[in-house]
Design a protein around this ligand. Structure first.
Ligand code: NAD
Ligand code: GLY
Length: 365
């Protein structure tokens, strides 16, 4: 089991990463002092896979516990479900020292985390991430939120967890599309901060058809560890996302537009960010920073790991509209994350719109 200490202004907390952590979890949970009870929040799908192991783990804490299950999906990350979690905490007389465990992907982490951050102005929060996205990104750094009136993450706070437990074994039950989703985020860390991550991915993944076995490799565990460490360092440098942490938005400006234009269905977040990063590489090439050979190499990696290399089935007009570029009076203000070279990200403000639009067109299928 490996340990990273996250250092933030509100608290320093340990992130444990390893295999078979159900065995260690009760002791880790008991190290959070003065708790009388635990509320574990998860969803029906995850619970159906891990129910008996969760019961064993919770029983082993020796604490009173209850489980709250949410329906699966982004649409349930909302204030109504958050209120239902409050109701459960009220009914069980939940105190600030009691423990909320968010056992799931980013949806559960954000939703349960937001409930935990606001009930009694904050109860003890354990992020127990079960997806690649949540292990490398959302469980670390304290961003918690719910969607409101279909606007993503519009109601939220920064609330650092008290403990993170990232068990690599949980990833073995992920569907392939969720693995690819997570690989989009991992490539982002590789391009921005650590080329060693790209090398490791290239080494362990031969083709998209063997992703499920590739992620069981110890090298994949190393990749998750490297990404979690990077996220921890980025958060330590700019906890409130004022400047440096914005680098994590690499590929997101165009990626979000693709998600929106696709109606949030045909393209997953990780795929959209993957395509957004390709567009950002094209902009970096256009501005003379990167070579076309560099992009070809990245495209080769995308093909190996199953990330889409072309924007397919999304109308260009819709993308332009989603970016707000169809309006007459656009302020022209935008802030892009580009690459000066591999692992040399920088911010570029007020990029000309035709360069942005061309970068999207370049990547249309
Ligand atoms: P998710 O939470 O929806 O999980 C993806 C799917 O995998 C779901 O169907 C889920 O039920 C299933 N699943 C989860 N764990 C599983 C397991 N071990 N085995 C089998 N199936 C499993 O998606 P995600 O990609 O983890 O997270 C996306 C969410 O995270 C979005 O809401 C996004 O806004 C948020 N997010 C937050 C941050 C942050 O910093 N707070 C960062 C990135 C993303
Ligand atoms: N997921 C981006 C961030 O935490 O800032």
């Amino acid at each position: 089991m490996k340990k990273i200490i996250a250092k933030t202004s509100t608290r320093n907390y340990p992130i444990f990463l390893g295999n078979n952590l159900f065995r260690s979890a009760p002791k880790l949970l008991k190290s959070l002092k003065d708790a009388r009870q635990v509320l574990l929040v998860s969803n029906h799908k995850i619970d159906s896979i891990y129910h008996s192991r969760l019961l064993d783990m919770l029983n082993d804490t020796g604490l009173k516990f209850s489980i709250f299950l949410v329906h699966d999906g982004e649409t349930f990350k909302n204030n109504t479900v958050c209120s239902e979690i409050y109701d459960q905490m009220l009914a069980s007389n939940f105190h600030r020292t009691d423990i909320m465990i968010a056992f799931g992907g980013g949806v559960i982490g954000d939703l349960a985390g937001f409930s935990a951050s606001t009930f009694h102005r904050g109860v003890k929060l354990v992020q127990y991430p079960t997806t690649i996205v949540s292990q490398v990104d959302s469980s670390i750094g304290g961003k918690v939120a719910v969607n409101y009136k279909q606007i993503k993450n519009i109601i939220g706070t920064f609330y650092q967890p008290h403990l993170v437990i990232a068990d690599f074994d949980l990833l073995s039950t992920l569907e392939t599309k969720e693995i690819i989703n997570g690989l989009g985020e991992i490539v982002k860390y590789g391009l921005l901060f650590d080329k060693g991550i790209l090398k490791l991915l290239d080494r362990i993944i031969e083709s998209p058809s063997q992703l499920n076995s590739a992620i069981k490799s110890q090298y994949f565990d190393q990749i998750i560890y490297k990404c979690a460490l990077i996220k921890t360092k980025v958060v330590a440098r700019d906890e409130n996302d004022i400047s440096y942490r914005n680098l994590l938005n690499f590929g997101h400006t165009i990626g979000h537009a693709l998600e929106k234009a696709s109606g949030l269905t045909s393209v997953t977040h990780g795929q959209a960010v993957g395509l957004g990063m390709l567009a950002a590489l094209d902009i970096s090439i256009e501005l003379g920073y990167l070579s076309t050979d560099f992009k070809m190499q990245i495209l080769g990696l995308y093909k190996k790991i199953g990330l889409p290399t072309k924007i397919e089935g999304i109308d260009m007009d819709k993308i332009i509209k989603a970016m707000g570029y169809d309006k007459k009076f656009v302020s022209g203000k935008n802030k892009f994350v580009l690459l000066r070279n591999l692992n040399q990200p920088f911010f570029y403000c007020d990029l000309k719109q035709d360069i942005i639009i061309n970068s999207i067109k370049n990547n249309m299928g």
